[in-house]
Design a protein around this ligand. Structure first.
Ligand code: GLC
Length: 742
């Protein structure tokens, strides 16, 4: 896989090319490289060409047809003084033409390999359209499902987001960033964006440095170590200094501590927004603050182009700041091979057959769907004893909605909806009665309920497609109430009257509070927004062609008031337990003040989520037994092996995602009650058993201590292996200082 960017030492051939080119550039041309311009609809192509020709534009975004991209590249390469090719950026977040599950859904696969494959086909499709830079992966840790951008994230866990984010970088960038078909990736949004207060997008974040380093920064470090070519700053205010002007993040952490040598782009106009934040008085100061803090390229605001020359002339911004920024940008353009390949790079992208791309999209969808509930094994259905099904709900046949957020280039004509997937799979053997029941997921009308009830009454089973339209999540699309929108809950009550088994298939861009409807479902498949092949995957899962194997990458709260609720929380000094929690309906009348409570829970919700991180059922059953450590005393610098016997004790072959959790019982800063440290997806036939082994090195136990420096501390540890974050099979080991006697 791609090596980290700092493999290019200062004396490498690439560095010499960067230095030689930089030495030939005027200040205006240098500032041009720091200027990214929107080339989307409505922008004058002539003004673009003129700016590129004059060397005032080094990158564009949202130019998407190969011809216009090639034309702009020709202007840059053949008509500008130095012939420096353009970076052509686009939000290729979870697919380009063929759309994969939203990243939160891909995270539910817990499978770096399928995530990498998905990024690879997205890169190939985008590169064939002339795109050479994608603004992905989004690796913000997200613990708040009210936040619309949780849909784009890889969930709440630093370990999972680190591994899957690095896999996306590897998929986008490939083995060789200069190969046609590779695109530069962009780890975003640096940093802490997901901690927005109340889950309201762009809202303030206040994150103590220790929390920043232990929770929010690890995925970005993993992306840097995977060789990510670029990073993007977040819109958000981070502890009083917006990320786009935050030298602690951009200079101290990213450059000094991590040795990063790619470049940093702002988010859309986030440099100009520094004045809106109230950090600066206007564009001149905004450009100064951002440049000095370490933002190398201005996305779309034009502030660098307008202000930097004057700032250099006045001495407020040193030429060395400009030179470092431009060197970082040129370094990526050389790594991409653009100087040796433009124009025409897009025509040399290897083609991947549409069937192969659809196969990967279906595989990702199959592994992303989470079986939340399956009472009495109602699933899988079988053609043998299912003569008719009622397919109901506003998301049963929505080729666009199932694609999810950030799919500007998705080809909805390729979509297989749930209804279509069922018709394709069992249409010849099972009668399928379709009744929407509601026009959209937000409908307030119940006019369609009667028809839906009749379809349910006369069928052997109901497949109820519920959830959120895609517009209800994504950037700036946050919700204060995360229940089923519109009158969907009433539709559930009405359908329940038919007495027919009800199987819910829920498509959404976030966890939903299903507490008011979960008891009305006999089974629930949570499909996120599953992408192009979502319906085909759901049909296969409903009729047992494949067993569900997805696991929750984010906690599902019982009530929105529990948020933030996540598995790797701190214990606190008065942790709750079943014995110490009295719920509101059980409180005696006129109870004296001290008689209840005194531990950490909500009277009206308790302390448990509706479904925990890592949860996901299967059509078979798995037994974990015989948890063993090859040693119970470990020294710093050594590793131990944790193994468990995993057996498929059911009648269906299936994948199980075995999870390894660790707890550091005592630390110089308090430590989470559990931390995911290993994942293995294992395929087992009925009755088959396998030994699943995890290697745990003392480095895996590192954290940032009281001085915010990385530390591995001797002490007692617990370790669990199981099928979710509440798994009970536990062992213990002791960590000693290096070289210590027993
Ligand atoms: C948006 C998003 C960012 C995206 C950029 C370009 O505002 O915050 O994630 O990549 O603008 O579209």
């Amino acid at each position: 896989m791609a090596t980290a960017d700092h493999s290019h030492g200062p004396d490498s051939a690439l560095e010499q090319r960067v230095a030689a080119l930089l030495a030939r550039m005027t200040l205006a041309e240098k500032i041009g490289q720091m200027n990214q311009v929107n080339a989307g609809e409505g922008v004058s192509v002539e003004s673009l060409r003129e700016g590129i020709r004059a060397g005032r534009i080094g990158a564009v975004l949202n130019a998407v047809d190969p011809e216009s991209v090639d034309a702009l590249q020709r202007v840059a390469v053949e008509e500008s003084r130095l012939g420096i090719p353009l970076l052509v950026g686009r939000d290729v977040i979870h697919g380009y033409r063929v759309v994969l599950p939203i990243p939160l859904g891909q995270a539910a696969t817990f499978n770096a390999d399928i995530v990498r494959q998905g990024a690879r086909i997205a890169a190939l499709e985008a590169a064939a359209a002339g795109i050479n830079w994608t603004f992905a992966p989004m690796i913000d840790i997200a613990r708040d499902p009210r936040w619309g951008r949780i849909a784009e994230s890889l969930g709440e866990d630093p370990y999972l987001a680190s591994r899957l984010g690095a896999a996306m970088v590897e998929g986008f960038q490939g083995e060789d960033l200069a190969a046609p078909g590779a695109v530069a990736a962009c780890a975003k949004h640096f940093a802490g964006y997901g901690a927005a207060e109340s889950g309201r997008d762009y809202a303030t974040t206040n994150i103590p440095e220790n929390e920043l380093r232990n929770v929010y920064l690890p995925p970005f470090r993993a992306a840097v170590d995977a060789g990510v070519a670029t990073l993007m700053t977040s819109f958000s205010d981070v502890n009083g200094v917006p990320a786009t002007a935050n030298a602690f993040l951009l200079r101290q952490v990213l450059r000094q501590e991590w040795g990063y040598r790619g470049f940093v782009v702002s988010d859309w106009s986030s440099i100009q927004q520094l004045a809106v934040h109230g950090l600066t008085a206007g564009d001149t100061d905004s450009a100064c603050e951002a440049a000095i803090a370490g933002v190398d390229m201005d996305m779309a605001s034009g502030v660098y182009a307008a202000q930097l020359e004057g700032l250099v002339d006045s001495g407020r911004v040193g030429i060395e700041v400009i030179d470092a920024a431009v060197a970082s940008i040129l370094r990526v353009k050389f790594r991409l091979g653009l100087f040796d390949q433009q124009p025409g790079r897009a025509t040399r992208v290897p083609a991947v057959a549409i069937d192969e791309r659809l196969r990967i999209a279906k595989q990702a969808a199959l592994q992303s769907v989470v079986l939340l509930k399956n009472e009495a094994g109602i699933l899988p259905l079988s053609k043998a004893n299912t003569q008719s099904i009622a397919v109901i709900g506003p998301l049963a046949d929505e080729p666009y909605e199932q694609l999810g957020t950030w799919i500007f280039d998705g080809d909805r004509s390729l979509s297989v909806t749930g209804l279509q997937g069922l018709r394709d799979l069992v249409g010849g053997a099972v009668e399928i009665r379709y009744a929407r029941g509601m026009e959209t997921s937000r409908s307030r009308s119940t006019a369609g309920f009667y028809e839906a009830l009749e379809a349910a009454r006369t069928s052997d089973a109901v497949i109820l497609f519920l959830g959120e339209e895609s517009i209800l999540s994504g950037e700036a699309h946050c919700r204060a109430d995360i229940g089923l929108p519109g009158e969907q809950a009433r539709l559930v009550q009405v359908i329940r009257q038919a007495g027919t088994p009800v199987i819910a298939v829920i498509m959404a861009g976030r966890p939903l509070t299903l507490t008011n409807v979960i008891d009305d479902f006999d089974a629930v498949l949570f499909a996120w927004h599953p992408g192009t092949m979502g319906g085909a995957a759901v049909a296969d899962l409903l009729f047992g062609v494949e067993s569900p194997s997805g696991k929750l990458p984010v906690t599902f709260p019982r009530a929105v008031g529990q948020i933030p609720i996540y598995y790797n929380q701190k214990r606190g000094g008065k942790p709750p337990s079943p014995e110490t929690t009295v719920l509101i309906d059980d409180i005696p009348v006129r109870a004296p003040q001290t008689s209840i409570g005194n531990t950490s829970y909500h009277l009206d919700a308790g302390y448990k989520p509706l479904f925990p991180f890592g949860h996901g059922l299967s059509y078979t059953t798995f037994e974990y037994a015989n948890l063993r450590l090859d040693r119970t005393v470990l020294r710093i610098g050594e590793a131990l092996t944790v193994s468990v016997e995993l057996k498929n004790t059911g009648r269906i072959a299936a994948d199980e995602v075995a999870q390894l959790y660790v707890r550091d019982l005592v630390g110089q800063v308090t430590r989470p009650v559990r931390e995911l440290k290993g994942v293995q997806r294992v395929r087992l036939a009925p009755g088959e058993a396998a030994t699943v082994a995890f290697r745990l090195h003392s480095d895996d136990l590192a954290f940032f201590g009281r001085d915010n420096k990385p530390i591995v501390e001797p002490g007692e540890f617990h370790v669990w292996v199981g099928g979710d974050s509440e798994a009970g099979l536990r062992a213990a080991f002791r960590l000693l200082a290096a070289g210590a006697a027993q």
